[in-house]
Design a binder for this molecule. Structure first.
Ligand SMILES: *[C@@H]1O[C@H](CO)[C@@H](O)[C@H](O)[C@H]1NC(C)=O
Ligand SMILES: *[C@@H]1O[C@H](CO)[C@@H](O)[C@H](O)[C@H]1NC(C)=O
Ligand SMILES: *[C@@H]1O[C@H](CO)[C@@H](O)[C@H](O)[C@H]1NC(C)=O
Length: 412
């Protein structure tokens, strides 16, 4: 090795711009770019002694097995890096991060089970990324976002079973994508890919070979052909019901919110409670609805949330979230108790109409809601006149427990 190093040092001294490590051959192309050609050399490591001006480095078809963080530190001007057909199984994070001018990166036909995705954050010039024929089983959410010049992305022939929704968003230049020969699990989590493929201007090359491996009933079917009826985003409708318990003294007003949902697969119902008094609660499933020393909010499997002894402290926003693999939907109600000085217990218990359930709903269905919409409804429980002590009650028919949607609907 020593004589070799000596020669290298000499070459470097004599002609720094054309330093070329043995056994590569280097040349300056017509456009002035410096090529270091090191393919088919049985190399086990990236050779040292590259010119700092090298813009194209071909290392394809060697025996590289591991790329250390500093392995490309000598070549910050690289625009094209060809590493295909090696044995690379690991790339240390940071290896590519400093290659700010990189346009082409080929790591296809290696043994990568992982990739330093975070390095892509600095590679804003990247146009072609080939990671095909590896062992990648996932692409982190958002890993590709920001590759504004990326035109061509090859992820075919890997071990991808799913991809996070939005993986290919934020790629305005994307023209060609290869995903075939991956064992895709065509659960509704992947349904977005079908929708994306149908709407994008990029070409999904080999779409007919981009197949489902799971579930069994969809095996062999193209991902772009997942039946739409299997995967329907949730819809939700929130209705409410008030009733006075008559079981005995101390029982007050029970407010029941019912969230009826539809979708495929059947959505899970969750509740989010934000009371004006500052209480904040997320209820996921029936069991948690009964958590706490006092069973304040009772969430049932059928989508009902009951709040017994509804009082001033319970005023606030009640949100039903319907969630399935395709998406999420939320509907909210602001609930307020009118006649604030009078707690619900003071409502007349012997009023024949008071116990009658009154139900009304607000739907969150097909029309897309901007954030915050659907939260503009207020239910007000008026305490009927003559029962409450003190003035200030509104002019409402006596003997009723009216439910009012504050705006824009009035129920009476
Ligand atoms: C790299 O290129 C620049 C400009 O093209 C030149 O001035 C510089 O000498 C080169 N550096 C080396 C080490 O060749
Ligand atoms: C496919 O995905 C679904 C939902 O994401 C999951 O429940 C199921 O276990 C997956 N199937 C396989 C074989 O991994
Ligand atoms: C849901 O179940 C609860 C408890 O069993 C019941 O009180 C409530 O009426 C049910 N809601 C609907 C809409 O069926």
């Amino acid at each position: 090795m020593r004589p070799l190093l000596g020669v290298l040092a000499l070459v470097t001294l004599l002609s720094p711009g054309l330093a070329c490590p043995e056994p590569c051959s280097c040349s300056t192309k017509k456009n002035g770019r410096l090529l270091a050609e090191c393919a088919y050399r049985e190399l086990r490591a990236v050779p040292r002694g590259l010119s700092p001006n090298v813009t194209i480095l071909t290392l394809s078809a060697n025996r590289l097995g591991h790329l250390g963080r500093s392995s490309l530190a000598e070549a910050p001007e690289l625009q094209s890096l060809w590493l295909g057909y090696n044995h690379i199984s690991a790339v240390e994070p940071g290896t590519f991060a400093h290659l700010l001018h990189l346009k082409n990166l080929d790591l296809s036909h290696n043994r990568l089970a992982d990739f330093p995705w975070q390095d892509l954050g600095g590679l804003g010039a990247l146009q072609i990324l080939k990671l095909s024929n590896n062992r990648l089983s996932w692409v982190p959410r958002g890993a590709l976002a920001g590759l504004r010049e990326l035109r061509s992305l090859w992820l075919n022939d890997n071990a991808l079973a799913t991809l996070a929704r939005g993986t290919f968003e934020g790629l305005p230049a994307l023209a060609q994508l290869q995903l075939f020969h991956n064992p895709f699990n065509c659960s509704c989590q992947l349904f977005w890919l079908r929708e994306w493929a149908r709407s994008t201007e990029a070409v999904l090359s080999g779409a007919a070979s981009t197949l489902c491996a799971e579930p069994a009933r969809l095996r062999g079917r193209a991902v772009t052909d997942i039946p739409a009826e299997l995967c329907v985003a949730p819809s939700a409708q929130l209705t409410y019901l008030s009733s006075l318990a008559k079981a005995g003294p101390g029982d007050g007003l029970t407010l029941s919110l019912h969230c009826s949902v539809a979708g495929s697969p059947p959505p899970e119902v969750r509740w989010r409670v934000r009371t004006a008094a500052g209480r904040s609660l997320d209820i996921r499933g029936p069991a948690q609805g009964q958590a706490g020393s006092r069973r304040r909010f009772l969430a049932f499997k059928n989508g009902t949330l009951a709040i017994p002894d509804f009082g001033k402290d319970d005023e606030g926003t009640y949100t039903c979230l319907a969630v399935n693999e395709v998406g999420a939907r939320e509907v909210s109600l602001h609930v307020a108790l009118a006649g604030s000085e009078g707690p619900a217990e003071q409502l007349p218990r012997d009023d024949p109409q008071a116990g009658h359930p009154a139900g009304h709903g607000c739907a969150g269905r097909d029309e897309p809601e901007p954030p915050g919409a659907g939260e503009n409804l207020v239910i007000v429980y008026h305490v009927p006149r003559g029962v409450r002590s003190g003035a200030g009650g509104r002019d409402i028919p006596p003997g009723m427990l009216p439910l009012a949607l504050g705006l824009p609907l009035l129920l009476w």
